[in-house]
Design a protein around this ligand. Structure first.
Ligand SMILES: *[C@@H]1O[C@H](CO)[C@@H](O)[C@H](O)[C@H]1NC(C)=O
Ligand SMILES: *[C@@H]1O[C@H](CO)[C@@H](O)[C@H](O)[C@H]1NC(C)=O
Ligand SMILES: [Cu+2]
Length: 179
């Protein structure tokens, strides 16, 4: 019993430490706007104004939350970001709750895949700093049934599809407690 309590305390301390030192989940647009259509009276720079107030470090995650009947997320190159060209994305997400892991430093460009939303400001450039961080390992439940299929269908230069920090913490620290 005492050992278990000790273990739990260790887990909580570690979780707090990890959270503070290298993993922040940034809900794109903040708690109110999230990733949605900008109405005429909203600033077309809303997402970049939000990003300007954030510090993005490698190892952090972007969380795009939106109605997937209306919106999506495309990662594009800078030229396509500037001109709102939706035809040649580097990567694409469309579940409505998409985590994008920032594995290395650089500027990454995202736009909405719905025509004319980018022009109206549904676009954001994210600059991450820090040393390259390996993407968190996939939790057992998410491993593809076929061992030959590539596990990172969403991998793109600099940004890879990731799993929630809580899954990472739970799986890695459970071993600690019960060892
Ligand atoms: C950025 O942060 C400042 C200080 O907290 C705040 O006043 C401002 O409204 C924020 N801007 C945005 C776009 O969130
Ligand atoms: C869109 O969102 C709905 C509701 O969350 C979900 O059931 C559906 O699978 C999503 N579509 C895609 C393409 O991910
Ligand atoms: Cu949109």
């Amino acid at each position: 019993m005492a050992r278990m309590v000790q273990g739990l305390v260790l887990v909580m301390a570690l979780a707090t430490l990890l959270d503070v030192t290298f993993a922040v989940e940034h809900v794109v647009g903040g708690g109110v706007q999230k990733w949605t259509f900008l109405h005429a009276n909203d600033a077309s720079t809303l997402y970049n104004d939000w990003a300007a107030n954030q510090t993005f470090k490698t190892g952090d995650t972007l969380l795009f939350e939106y109605d997937n009947a209306t919106h999506s997320v495309l990662q594009v190159v800078q030229a396509d970001y500037n001109t709102c060209n939706l035809r040649t994305p580097i990567d694409k997400w469309m579940t409505g709750s998409d985590s994008v892991f920032l594995s290395n430093a650089g500027t990454f460009y995202f736009v909405c895949g719905t025509p004319f939303h980018c022009e109206q400001g549904m676009k954001v450039a994210i600059t991450a700093t820090g040393a390259t961080v390996a993407a968190p390992p996939p939790p057992p439940a998410a491993i593809a049934p076929s061992p030959t299929s590539p596990s990172h269908s969403h991998a793109a230069p600099g940004v890879t599809f990731s799993f929630t920090l809580s899954v990472l913490l739970t799986t890695s620290l459970a071993a600690l407690v019960w060892s």
